[in-house]
Design a protein around this ligand. Structure first.
Ligand code: SF4
Ligand code: SF4
Length: 328
């Protein structure tokens, strides 16, 4: 399962890098056809050595195909709003931004959020654990953090209330409505990362967003593990709300569990699968399942009510056992 998740994360990174290169290639192609060396403000002669290598590779690969235009236009956009084979898929936060800040109910755009809304309502916060490019970077930062801890360097471990992210979402949405300007695209990591990747490849520059992401990763490393995703991300807040009704859940098999706490320690969101406390935040990443030495965690299709019932059963069994131990 982790192999599949890592492959999907790698594919997202590949797509993020491929889009600006295909765009750059397209610009250069049109510029050549028009006998011009400049288009859309981009000086073709400015391409760096590494850009040249990749553009030449794309040129060679597309020369072997019958319809290069179809391939170039197969994918465009960013995780914020991507077009794959003519179908638009947008982040729900993008729709919130457009609707609230722009005062614009553009139905085709609102419909484009349905794939991610349905996916999250079925599988939980999977966008976070499987698709978000920031999650991928934060996982690397967290690995470093755990390595530091292993070598005796204890980073701070600050905790906030999980509901902070809902307050941030509400406050920024309110500000966007009043001011008519949205802050979300400037602080939402998937949107920021894709913009910065595009700018660095296409224009050879980075902006405020690059430093914002570095700041987040540095504070994750030194102050609080996964603080942004746990307590602040407005997109994560929407995915958590949708994920509360998910039907795919990580379930603990009580008979096998030895209460070793390995799963709780492994959860990047700081959830407590050993105590059946995954709530609305679980992104079904499977890291707790991977580390469990007794294979006591399993994916199960289960409703919110079903999970509540199971948790109540576990709790009553625990009480019975405690009474037996005390009575013995
Ligand atoms: S909470 Fe936000 S930044 Fe974190 S993984 Fe989810 S969408 Fe990405
Ligand atoms: S409870 Fe398990 S599956 Fe859910 S987020 Fe934590 S580690 Fe991932």
């Amino acid at each position: 399962m982790q192999f599949v998740r890592r492959s999907i994360q790698a594919l997202v990174v590949l797509v993020l890098v491929a889009i600006p290169f295909l765009y750059l290639y397209n610009v250069e192609r049109y510029a050549r056809q028009n006998f011009s060396y400049s288009l859309a403000g981009k000086q073709i002669s400015d391409t760096e050595w590494f850009q040249r290598q990749i553009l030449d590779y794309i040129d060679g690969a597309l020369a072997k195909t019958e319809n290069p235009d179809k391939i170039i236009s197969a994918i465009s956009g960013s995780p914020w709003s991507i077009n794959i084979l003519g179908y638009n898929i947008s982040d729900p936060l993008a729709a919130v931004t457009l609707t609230i800040a722009g005062g614009n109910f553009y139905w085709p755009f609102l419909l484009s959020i349905l794939p991610l809304v349905i996916l999250s309502a079925l599988l939980g916060r999977v966008f976070c654990g499987w698709l978000c490019p920031f999650h991928f970077l934060a996982e690397i930062s967290n690995k470093l953090r755990r390595l530091f801890t292993k070598f005796g360097l204890k980073p701070h471990d600050i905790h906030l209330k999980r509901k902070t992210k809902f307050i941030i979402l509400g406050a920024l949405a309110g500000f966007s409505f009043v001011a008519g300007v949205s802050i979300f695209p400037h602080i939402y990591p998937p949107a920021v990362i894709s913009r910065e990747v595009f700018n660095s490849i296409f224009y050879g520059t980075v902006g405020f967003g690059f430093f914002f992401i570095i700041f987040l990763l540095f504070t994750e490393l030194t102050l609080s593990e996964r603080w942004w995703c746990r307590y602040a991300c407005p997109g994560g807040a929407i995915y958590a709300l949708l994920g509360s009704v998910r039907i795919l859940r990580m379930v603990r098999i009580e008979d096998r569990c030895t209460l070793c706490v390995e799963c709780d320690d492994a959860c990047p969101f700081g959830l407590l699968p050993m105590s059946d406390k995954t709530g609305m935040e679980c992104d079904n990443c499977g890291l707790c399942k991977k580390v469990c030495p007794e294979a006591a965690l399993e994916y199960r299709f289960m409703t919110y009510r079903g999970e509540k019932k199971l948790i109540a059963e576990h709790s009553s069994n625990r009480k019975k056992k405690t009474r037996q131990v005390r009575g013995a």
